[in-house]
Design a protein around this ligand. Structure first.
Ligand code: UD1
Length: 417
């Protein structure tokens, strides 16, 4: 069982290169189902979620390979097996991103129904309703969604909520549908703008990806292309939260500050000094963070994936802070782990009330998912003694070489497998 051991560290210093965005790379990989040919994706992080997506594409008859220059090459032949089996979907929910592309390219899809996870129930009803509006028919049996569409026809879809996954599946289906699809109340995350850019490069005609109204004029042919994935904004939040607790000075390279407006503002309010640089960020922190309230919302609101990291930082604030989770109602399980380290956090519905303490106390804890695990690393930097984080494999799903990159800036961290 993989574990991380984190010890109190001196103030940090150095440079960190931010990886490509996991949540963009996975969807671009799914989009490669749409057209035959050889794709080259650059800046795809070497993380286990990417390996799972490679395994899924290979199970569907495609080929994937890491080139020597680090780029991911994906070859899609003339036919794709339109099936995403349970063993693969269960490992990674993002596998359901192949539903839209399979329907559009093959006219059918058999995709295992994703279950819940540490975030809570996580239904995909909006994905299915949107695809149904385009002409797909679904049946559910033995835990598999069977989808069929003789043809997909463009229409207007109004999402009840700006779901990231539903917006992406709709874009990837509508790009090959007949006529115009308009998605209203679409999710506006930068990863969706990246997917829109990728699909347009393939020959799609999409306007407004990354805004709340997306117009897709269906085309009959797409082609394989090369593309560079945008930087991972959640990784930026992770390194800045680590800095916020440990103190010191860091330069983060390969960052899109324009994707981080609200995060920079909130961290600034906590007392972390941040200034955007060309293609990067400079940041400095000293002392305990000031009490600041944070609330998650769909983009451009504060991302739900930031919240465990920010809460870990708030544990050290000089008063009382509040944190509100508005996106995934069940996403507070990590609070129990922080409490084992002495954090004063009270759950009140979808709010947290956090009374800051000067130091936590190192303890054995468990990473429950990617960001919950990263939050424990943040907390451990302000804890006396050793913190041992079990189930560290969760962090490998979303962070490339985290232990080495943290060690390089002065974090006392060690991995035991
Ligand atoms: C994606 C991200 C995840 C991030 C989330 C919100 C990936 C691989 N994952 O997840 O890291 O935390 O966006 O930014 O990109 N919902 C429904 N029905 C649906 C779809 C969603 O009720 O059909 C609900 C969800 O349960 C949740 C909310 O809508 O409460 C937001 O979910 P969504 O935006 O779809 O997130 P994901 O795409 O699953």
């Amino acid at each position: 069982m993989s574990r991380l051991i984190v010890r109190p560290s001196a103030p940090l210093s150095g440079e960190v290169t931010i990886s490509g965005a996991k949540n963009s790379a996975l969807k671009l990989m799914a989009a490669c189902v749409l057209a035959e040919g050889r794709y080259v994706l650059r800046n795809v992080p070497a993380i286990s979620d990417v390996e799972y997506m490679c395994a899924l594409l290979e199970a569907m008859g495609m080929q994937t390979r890491r080139r020597e220059d680090g780029a991911l090459e994906i070859i899609r032949g003339s036919q794709v097996i339109p099936e995403a089996p349970y063993e693969l979907v269960e490992r990674m929910r993002a596998s359901s991103a192949v539903l839209g592309p399979l329907l559009a390219a093959m006219g059918e899809a058999r995709v295992a129904m994703p279950g819940g996870d540490d975030f809570g129930a996580r239904p995909i009803d909006m994905h299915l309703q949107g695809l149904e509006a385009l002409g797909a028919e679904f049946t559910l049996s033995h835990g598999m969604i069977h989808a069929r569409a003789e043809r997909l026809v463009g229409t207007e879809v109004v999402l009840d909520y700006p779901s990231v996954g539903a917006t992406e599946n709709l874009l990837m289906a509508a790009v090959l549908a007949e006529g115009r699809t308009t998605v209203r109340n679409a999710a506006r995350e930068p990863e969706i703008a990246d997917l829109g850019a990728f699909l347009n490069r393939m020959g799609g005609q999409i306007l407004g990806a990354g805004s709340s109204v997306v117009t897709i004029d269906g085309v009959s042919d797409l082609r394989a292309v090369e593309h560079t994935v945008i930087p991972d904004r959640i990784e930026v939040a992770t390194f800045l939260s680590v800095l916020g607790v440990a103190g010191g000075e860091l330069t983060l390279q390969h960052v899109r500050p324009d994707h981080l407006d609200l995060l920079i503002e909130k961290l600034g309010a906590m007392g972390i000094r941040i200034s955007p640089e060309p293609d990067g960020l400079w940041a400095m922190a000293s002392g305990r963070p000031r009490p600041t309230n944070v609330a998650t919302l769909p983009y451009p609101g504060l991302a739900t994936d930031y919240l465990p990291l920010l809460v870990a930082l708030q544990c050290f604030n000089t008063g009382t802070s509040y944190a509100t989770e508005n996106v995934f109602s069940g996403r507070f399980r990590y609070v129990g782990e922080l409490a084992r380290m002495g954090a004063q956090v009270r759950v009140d519905g979808h709010h947290l009330v956090i009374d800051g303490v000067e130091r936590l106390s190192g303890a054995p804890v468990r990473a429950l998912d990617i960001r919950a695990g990263a939050a424990l690393v943040v907390a451990a930097l302000g804890a006396d003694g050793e913190t041992i984080i079990a189930d560290a494999h969760h962090l490998d799903r979303g962070y490339e070489g985290l232990t080495d990159r943290l060690s390089a800036i002065g974090v006392q961290i060690e991995r035991l497998d």
